[in-house]
Design a protein around this ligand. Structure first.
Ligand code: MN
Length: 258
């Protein structure tokens, strides 16, 4: 099995390499990732300047690794269009340090990169963990590896795009895994002004709305201590999808045995 991995926190991010370390136990891994942090860059693609790629020393031994002067989406397009010669079984993006819930999924570079894999007919997974200690990343890496195994085991290959987020809990305390939809109305954008006269500048500040979120949404699942698994583009992979129901039913039980 061959897995293409990227992220939006940049090629040196701890989340990326925690993920690679875990996926290496089950697959050959190729890393193609932005040379610097690109969080909240969404689906941006670089069209008006050349892209440079550098083969770099991996932080996990023997993993083919390329650094891209571009966005997370650029990385996946370059990887699938040029760098990777042999068959890829799945595209995985993450582990993002910080959750990508509700409206954040639409601006996330982590999700944006996975989308490029999905649009090219590969099963795709974006995975995010709460800010915090390495334990969150270890738990998310285990979740990613288990989902990769389950998704790639389906024959014929399933066309699926999952946005996965973990709650702020150790693996042993996680209640379960829920198939969810993105929460709407989850943020308000406010603009804060700074300085005076000609020196004025502005900050966009994203704040969570305090109102209760609907059941079955990703934010609701996380607040209840569950792993949230959101199939994106649900016209093709909705919550009655047999693969999803299957992979969700025993996920936490299996994880806790890892
Ligand atoms: Mn990020």
């Amino acid at each position: 099995m061959r897995i293409l991995v990227t992220n939006d926190d940049g090629i040196l991010a701890e989340g990326l390499w925690t993920l690679v370390k875990e996926l290496r136990n089950i697959a050959q891994v190729i890393v193609v990732a932005p040379d610097k942090e690109q969080s909240a860059i969404g689906t941006a693609v670089t069209l008006r300047q050349p892209l440079r790629i550098q083969k770099v020393k991996p932080m996990v031994p023997e993993v083919e690794t390329y650094s891209v002067q571009g966005t997370p989406s650029d990385s996946i397009i370059l990887a699938l269009g040029k760098l990777v010669k042999s068959k890829i079984d799945m595209v995985v993006s993450g582990i993002n340090q910080g959750l990508n819930l509700g409206e954040d999924a639409h601006i996330s570079g982590t999700v944006g990169a996975a989308l490029q894999g999905y649009l090219r007919s590969f099963p795709a997974l974006a995975i995010s963990a709460p800010y915090g200690n390495g334990q969150h990343l270890d738990a998310a890496a285990k979740v990613a590896a288990l989902l990769v195994r389950k998704v790639t085991a389906v024959s014929p290959p399933t066309h699926i795009f999952l946005n996965v987020n973990l709650p702020d809990l150790p693996l042993s305390k996680i209640s379960g895994a829920k198939i969810t939809r993105l929460a709407s109305d989850s943020h308000i954008n406010t603009v804060e002004e700074e300085g005076n006269g000609r020196q004025k500048c502005y900050w966009l500040v994203r704040q969570r709305m305090s109102k209760a979120v609907d059941n079955e949404t990703d934010i609701w699942a996380i607040e209840q201590g569950n792993i949230s698994i959101t199939p994106l583009y649900p016209n093709q992979s909705n919550s009655s999808h047999p693969t999803l129901n299957n992979l969700c039913s025993n996920l936490v039980h299996e994880l806790q045995r890892c």
